[in-house]
Design a protein around this ligand. Structure first.
Ligand code: ZN
Length: 79
């Protein structure tokens, strides 16, 4: 293996790590910062923005936040 190959491999591993961290490591506190915008778009039937993907992912793994989210959407839909 040439040194350049090694560097390329390291770089792609790093990129992969960043990607995974970004999409899967949102916690409940982070979610609160982003859920309002997502709930608003959801209530209006707007398409999901790429930046809302971590929110969607968290909601799919966290029943407590999903409950909060559904309550928020209900409120938004009444306005
Ligand atoms: Zn949560």
């Amino acid at each position: 293996m040439k040194p350049s190959d090694l560097n390329e491999q390291k770089l792609s591993t790093l990129v992969e790590l960043i990607r995974l961290t970004k999409s899967e490591e949102m916690n409940c506190e982070d979610l609160l910062d982003h859920v309002a915008g997502y709930a608003d778009a959801f209530a209006k039937g707007l398409p999901v923005q790429p930046e809302s993907e971590p929110v969607q992912h968290h909601l799919s793994i966290c029943p407590e936040c999903l409950e909060e989210f559904q309550a928020l959407v209900e409120v938004l839909r009444q306005h």
